[in-house]
Structures are given as structure tokens and as C-alpha cells.
Design a protein. Structure first.
Length: 261
């Protein structure tokens, strides 16, 4: 029964979540054969259907064309792969073309109604929705601290998402006083049965206190109110066990292959 459920969820994922939500701002979406690519983000982005329908030299040419397109712009590019993609040698051919695998994440899917609950936060921590540029920059600063690298681009990225789809992008912060201790966002897609759980990074000293779980529970409430049946997330090795305990199911893994000038 569980295997049948996972197959059903994976099929729905492939049917509804292989494209890209219009990015907003100065970014735009283009198509090249079976591929969808984004131009104008902090780095390029390429995705495609489960089966690209091209093989061998034709696939090599398609890969090289994406690499060379972004090379001409002086930009890095991420090609988003999934473990069940076809053809099976896609990742080998990406590596041959100079793309480098980054950390894999687990694609988890759960029913919104099963995850929805009133958020339980530690004393002194509050949760609110934000849209102001100043708050988005505070999120970017917090993410930079969490990941130990420059995430200043995130403020503009989130602002563009809000500008492009204000009703489909919900950005939340958990705050202790004036400090952002966690941030997460929920992204809806018109016509899709899924809401995307993104972000969820928490400052090290605030982990293990249920803030991440509270973010999931509240976003699930919002999805239920919207009539969106499922929530999905690309989960890191740290968050996947938490989400699995909450009732999400692993349907595949996703690995970004990145080419850098």
C-alpha cells in the first residue's frame, strides 16, 4: 500500500512540478527543446520532464548548448536532476560536460491536512508574514550566517517572487525580539495540487526547539485554507528525518549539477 502511495505521489510530482514558477523581476523563462531554463536569477537554472526523450550525441549537444548559453553570459547554471530521470546516463553526461554535483536532497511529499496544526513556538519567539524589503534583507542576512556564505541575492529574489505572484508566495519569519531566528516560505502554483515548502533555515543556537516544525505546521494550515492537497519539499539530510517523522514520504532524490565559468 505504501509503495502504491509513493508511486502515486511521484507520478503527480512529475506531472505537475517539473516546470518553473514565473520568476518575476528581471528574470524570464525560456524553452530549449524539452528543457525549461531561467535567465536572470543569481545563477541560471535548467529543468526538464522526467524523460528528456533525447539520447547519446543529441543529449550531449543539448547539454553543451545550455552550458555555452550561460557561459556567454558569464553565469553559473544549475541543472536540476532527479534520481528517476531518463535517460539514465544524464548525470554522467552532465559530468562529462563539466557540471559538478552538489549535495543531494530528498524530495518529500505529504498531505496538507495531516501536517496542519497551530504552531508551537518557544517562549519569546513570534511568527509573522513579511513582504517589506527591509525584512527580506534581514532574511538574507540570517541565511548568510546559517550557510557561511553570501546570500545577499536572496532578498532581491524573494522580492521578485512577491512582485510577480503576491497571492502565491507566503514568506514567514520567526523572531526573537528584533532578531530573525528562522525564515521559511510557501509557494503555490496555479492549477497544481502542491504547495512548495522552501527555506526553513534556523540559526544554530535556536535549533532543536521546534521552530522548524512550527513553520511546517503553519504553512500546512495555509495550504489547507487554500484547498491545496499536498506539500512538497527538497529536504536536506538535516531536515529530512524531521519531515519524515511529521508524515511526509520520500518519493525520489534531487541533485543539482552546476557548471561554473
Amino acid at each position: 500500500m505504501k509503495d502504491m502511495l509513493i508511486d502515486e505521489l511521484r507520478t503527480a510530482y512529475d506531472a505537475q512540478l517539473r516546470g518553473v514558477t514565473p520568476p518575476g523581476g528581471n528574470a524570464r523563462i525560456e524553452h530549449d527543446g524539452p528543457l525549461t531554463r531561467v535567465v536572470g536569477w543569481h545563477r541560471g537554472f535548467v529543468t526538464g520532464p522526467r524523460d528528456l526523450g533525447v539520447h547519446g550525441e543529441e543529449l550531449d549537444t543539448l547539454i553543451a548548448r545550455q552550458r555555452d548559453f550561460y557561459a556567454a553570459r558569464g553565469e553559473a547554471v544549475e541543472w536540476k536532476t532527479r534520481a528517476h530521470d531518463l535517460p539514465a546516463d544524464l548525470t554522467d553526461r552532465l559530468a562529462t560536460a563539466g557540471f559538478v554535483a552538489e549535495d543531494s536532497e530528498t524530495v518529500l511529499i505529504g498531505q496538507s491536512a495531516d501536517l496542519a496544526a497551530d504552531p508551537v513556538l518557544p517562549d519569546g519567539v513570534t511568527l509573522r508574514r513579511v513582504t517589506a524589503t527591509s525584512d527580506l534583507r534581514r532574511i538574507a542576512a540570517m541565511e548568510s550566517t546559517v550557510w557561511g556564505e553570501d546570500w545577499s541575492w536572496l532578498g532581491d529574489d524573494l522580492a521578485a517572487r512577491i512582485e510577480n505572484a503576491p497571492d502565491d508566495t507566503v514568506i514567514l519569519v520567526a523572531e526573537a525580539g528584533t532578531e530573525v531566528v528562522c525564515a521559511a516560505w510557501l509557494v503555490f502554483k496555479d492549477g497544481a495540487d502542491f504547495g512548495g515548502l522552501w527555506g526553513g533555515s534556523t540559526l544554530k543556537e535556536w535549533r532543536g526547539q521546534g521552530i522548524y516544525r512550527a513553520m511546517v505546521a503553519h504553512r500546512a494550515q495555509l495550504a489547507v485554507a487554500r484547498g491545496v492537497r499536498y506539500l512538497y519539499v527538497d529536504a536536506s539530510v538535516d531536515s529530512a528525518p524531521i519531515l519524515t517523522r511529521l508524515g511526509l514520504h520520500a518519493v525520489t532524490t534531487t541533485t543539482p549539477y552546476v557548471w561554473t565559468p
